[in-house]
Structure formats: structure tokens, C-alpha cells
Design a binder for this molecule. Structure first.
Ligand SMILES: Cc1cc2nc3c(=O)[nH]c(=O)nc-3n(C[C@H](O)[C@H](O)[C@H](O)COP(=O)(O)O)c2cc1C
Length: 377
């Protein structure tokens, strides 16, 4: 079994979003991730974005309607520096969620990633839960595969460059995000915990394909960012601590199965990781960065950009609306966009480059992290 990857088709059952008769044994697990994220207390105990203050400008000297949120991300023009972060696909609601998100991404001209596509690589029926991205005009589409699956694991053989190309073709992707989720794998029964050789596998892939390295809630340090630069990745989605905790999600799932010891590991490491704002500062000194992890509003997006990110990623914030429908999803993202515009107006930034050079104040706990970073440099 693997973290985000575990929707393996096995038994005939139907109702899984696939066209055939088979149902992935774990398509229900993918739904469980969604259900747990909506229902349980699985969010990091700290939201570090509150430790980032922007400086008010009483004389913005720009009309709010004239504030320009358009931006560039990995060579694509986008309507705003907001990315719909990787979430789902490969289960009964996956197609609908992806369709609602994709429609909003097209309407607002913002980038979108999908959840891990391994289930669809192994069982082509599941590809249809990802296909909505092909039906919409999205400026930047990001495929998704787990880093542990780039090397041999007990659960199966390594995926190769042709597999990744198939994943990208499935959604007409511009890039692939290779997600680093070892905390989740550890917290999960029978997770894919082999990690030696992953960096080399990423480097091999990056020779042929534009790769983003993406954490999933524990952040990326400056030292790791340097290794990823060396490996040839084009960008980093820091996936820092402060939002959804997949250690906690897996703890809930382990508890539901009576796996007390495994659940305890998940709870012990629920808040583990580098705070997203710190990770943004450290990694953006090395490569273009997407600030994902705990982004609740357009104000948090603005904070991420001021710290050095090229864009910010939202997952949990748009999850509930994406289950309700297209209108609700669009409305939620429009609100984030309006909050971003407001933050830009209130710091006196008429466009994204002007936002990115604004001053900021950091809380003491974040400064303590950065003192260590400065010592390392
Ligand atoms: C329901 C759900 C499923 C997710 N599945 C994936 C996945 O398959 N691949 C991945 O790279 N990240 C996945 N993530 C992680 C998000 O992309 C993001 O890094 C993380 O949730 C932190 O952002 P948030 O605090 O805004 O939720 C998932 C997140 C959620 C909420």
C-alpha cells in the first residue's frame, strides 16, 4: 500500500467512478482521505501564516479595480498566482471534484494539479476521473506521482519515464509534481518506506520531463532544495507544515482499523514539519516556489508571495466547495482572489512583482528557524 497512491483496483463491485466492473480495493481509501479531511481534526495545531505580518499602506495610490493579479508561473500566463493543489481522482467522487475544480481553474485562468495518478496508470478505467482537466482551458496543468513509486518498493516495481508520460498525457499536463510524502508513508500501515535512491530517480526523470518536487505537509528545507536544484527540477511546491496533516489523516484511518500502534505514530508526528512560511523563504532562495500548506485566504496567498513564492497552493480550503458543485467552487476561489486583490491594494502593490518586494514582519518562532538557516548559509 502507498499513501496517496493506494487506490488499487481489485474486486468487482462498481460505483467507483470507473467504467468497468472492478472496484479498487482502496478507491475507498482515496474517498477516506477526502472524508477525513472534511470531517476530522487533522489540521496542524499551528497555522504559521498568522506569524507573517504585512505592512499597511495608508496611501495605496492605486485603484482597487486596477490591481493586476495576473502573473507568470513556469512560463505560463496565469490570471492569479493561485494554484489548485493536488487532491484527488481515482474514486467515486473524484471525477466530479476534478470537474468542479477544473471549471473554476479555467474560469479564473489559474493552474491546477491533480491527486496521485498511479491508480489510473495501473487501471486505465480510473483515467476518466482525471479526464475533466482535458475538457477545460487551464493555463498550467500539473500531473502527480509519488516519489516513493519512482523506486522499487515491497508494493511494486518502480514507475519509469514512460509511465510518467502516460500520466501527463491523461490530463494534457505541462509538468509533473513528484510528491514527497515519507511522513505519510510511515504513518500508514504497509506504507512505501524505501527512500534510498529517490533523488537519483527524480534526477533521471528531470532529464526528460519538467518536474516540480512537492512535499505534502512537512516542508522542504534549503539544503533539500539545493539537492533538488542539482537533480534538475524546475520548481518546488513546499507543501509545508501548518495545514492538512497527512500523519493525522493516516492516524484516523489506522484507528478505524484498530491499528493502535500505527495510529500513535501518526498522532505523535501530527505537527511535524517545517512551517510553510519558513520553507518558502528557504526554498525560494534556490528555485521558483509554490507556497502550499495552510493557505486559508487570499491574505495568506499574499503573505506567501511577499516571502518569495511565485504562487500559493490551496487544497483543503477548496475541498468542501468542490464537493458541493461548480458554482460553490468558483465562488470559494473568487473569494480567495478578492482577498488577494485586497491585500495587494492595502500594501500599495498594483501588480504581483510589486507585491513580491513588500516588507514583512515574522513572529519569533519563525525567526528562530531562520536563524538556523542563516547559520547554515
Ligand atoms: C483530500 C486530499 C488529498 C490529497 N492528495 C494528494 C495527492 O494525491 N498528491 C499530492 O501531491 N498531494 C495531495 N494532497 C496534499 C495537498 O496537495 C497539499 O499539499 C496539502 O493538503 C497541504 O495543503 P492544505 O493545507 O491547503 O490542505 C492532498 C490533500 C488533500 C486535502
Amino acid at each position: 500500500m502507498t499513501g496517496f497512491e493506494e487506490d488499487r483496483p481489485t474486486v468487482a463491485d462498481g460505483g467507483d467512478g470507473s467504467t468497468g466492473q472492478t472496484r479498487p480495493e482502496s478507491s475507498k481509501r482515496k474517498s477516506e482521505h477526502v472524508d477525513s479531511c472534511l470531517r476530522d481534526d487533522i489540521v496542524n495545531s499551528n497555522n504559521f501564516w498568522d506569524g507573517v505580518q504585512l505592512i499597511h499602506c495608508a496611501l495605496p495610490e492605486v485603484d482597487i479595480e486596477a490591481v493586476d493579479t495576473t502573473s507568470q508561473l513556469f512560463g505560463k500566463k496565469v490570471g492569479a498566482p493561485i494554484v489548485i493543489a493536488a487532491m484527488t481522482g481515482g474514486h467515486s467522487h473524484g471525477r466530479e471534484i476534478n470537474d468542479n475544480l477544473a471549471a473554476a481553474a479555467a474560469e479564473l485562468q489559474i493552474p491546477m494539479g491533480v491527486g496521485s495518478q498511479r491508480p489510473a496508470l495501473e487501471h486505465p478505467d480510473y483515467a476518466r476521473t482525471f479526464h475533466p482537466l482535458k475538457d477545460h482551458d487551464i493555463p498550467l496543468v500539473i500531473a502527480n506521482i509519488g516519489a516513493p513509486q519512482l523506486i522499487d518498493q515491497k508494493s511494486g516495481k518502480a514507475l519509469g519515464v514512460n509511465d510518467i508520460r502516460r500520466a501527463m498525457d491523461m490530463i494534457d499536463a505541462d509538468m509533473v509534481a513528484i510528491h514527497l510524502n515519507f511522513l505519510q508513508e510511515i504513518a500508514q500501515p504497509d506504507g512505501d518506506t524505501r527512500a534510498a535512491g529517490v533523488l537519483e530517480a527524480i534526477a533521471e526523470l528531470a532529464e526528460d520531463i519538467p518536474v516540480i518536487a512537492k512535499e505534502t505537509g512537512a516542508g522542504i528545507s534549503h539544503a533539500v532544495a539545493l539537492e533538488l536544484l542539482e537533480a534538475g527540477v524546475k520548481g518546488i511546491d513546499v507543501g509545508g507544515a501548518g495545514g492538512t496533516s497527512f500523519a493525522a489523516v493516516e492516524a484516523v484511518r489506522a484507528e478505524e482499523r484498530g491499528l493502535t500502534a500505527r495510529a500513535r505514530i501518526g498522532w505523535t508526528f501530527k505537527d511535524w514539519g517545517i512551517p510553510t512560511p519558513v520553507s518558502v523563504i528557504e526554498a525560494s532562495a534556490v528555485l521558483p516556489v509554490i507556497a502550499t500548506g495552510g493557505i486559508r485566504s487570499g491574505l495568506d496567498v499574499a503573505r506567501g508571495l511577499v516571502l518569495g513564492a511565485s504562487a500559493a497552493g490551496v487544497a483543503r480550503t477548496v475541498l468542501a466547495p468542490s464537493i458541493k458543485g461548480r458554482a460553490e467552487t468558483l465562488e470559494a476561489l473568487q473569494l480567495v482572489l478578492e482577498e488577494l486583490r485586497t491585500a495587494m491594494f492595502l500594501v500599495g502593490a498594483g501588480n504581483v512583482p510589486e507585491l513580491q518586494v513588500q516588507a514583512f514582519i515574522l513572529a519569533d518562532d519563525l525567526l528562530a528557524y531562520l536563524a538556523r538557516f542563516e547559520q547554515e548559509e
